[in-house]
Design a protein around this ligand. Sequence first.
Ligand code: GUN
Length: 305
Amino acid sequence: MNTSARLARDIDGKAIAAQVLSEVAADVRELAQQGVTPTLAVVLVGEDPASHVYVRNKILRAKEAGIRSLERRLPDTTSQAQLLAVIAELNTDPSVNGILVQLPVPAHIDEGAVIQAIDPIKDVDGFHRENVGGLVQGHDVLTPCTPSGCMRLLLDTCGDISGLHAVVIGRSNIVGKPMATLLLHAHCSVSVVHSRSVDAKALCRLADIVVVAVGKPQMIDADWLKPGAVVIDVGINRIETDQGSRLVGDVDYASARTVASAITPVPGGVGPMTIAYLLKNTVIATHLQLKHAALSLLPTSTQEA
Ligand code: GUN
């Protein structure tokens, strides 16, 4: 139990995402003065209703930030070769700065091959192996959106997190692994807890920071937390209740907030940050491409290694 009997404060993802989006919009205005309009291409294969909602949201938010978007909607029957051809065309189109292929793709298409086909400098998801490796080694690369958003929430909430013990629950390529890497770069001691961990709960109870991304509704309750822990809940799960369906996280919010010092609600916590960082990545990709183009104009002897 929270010894002070005070409830954790909410970490307001909507407000912090709005701040990120206003930074993005300012950057977009500056680029406009150089005659550049950052452009995001979103590729959607098939009819998955949730994916359609996500893509619509991404395009809407892009427009609000002044980012141009292109949409490529392809039918379920699209072959892998056809999808790769679309990506190749977007890779070579100089007016396209960011490429996102909404996942999951239909089962007959190899997701890994699709990710690897995207030019790493346009890979606004940060999923390409070149970007994953660059992130691990601490280079300036495009970094996955959800973990980047979680880091911003943590830094805004805690200030310096250097030396703190962070536990990441879940080890996916999209969230868990890059999250652990970013926390390590912020000088945390990092433990990654997963389905095979022996006594996951005991490990979690040692954490100053807990980031949960397991896709299991309300799995983490007060009993998993050290008093005063800061909790970032990445999960978005729809559950049925007597009052109809509602969205919940991977954390049992009502229970956890009796012990934690700060916690992200669901919805309104991590969710808005993911889109904000997708747009931030589109602007970062645009800058990387401008730098790349400028460097390629220099004589070879003066180019940086
Ligand atoms: N589907 C669910 N989350 C994501 C994401 O972060 N990026 C892409 N491309 N597809 C997704």
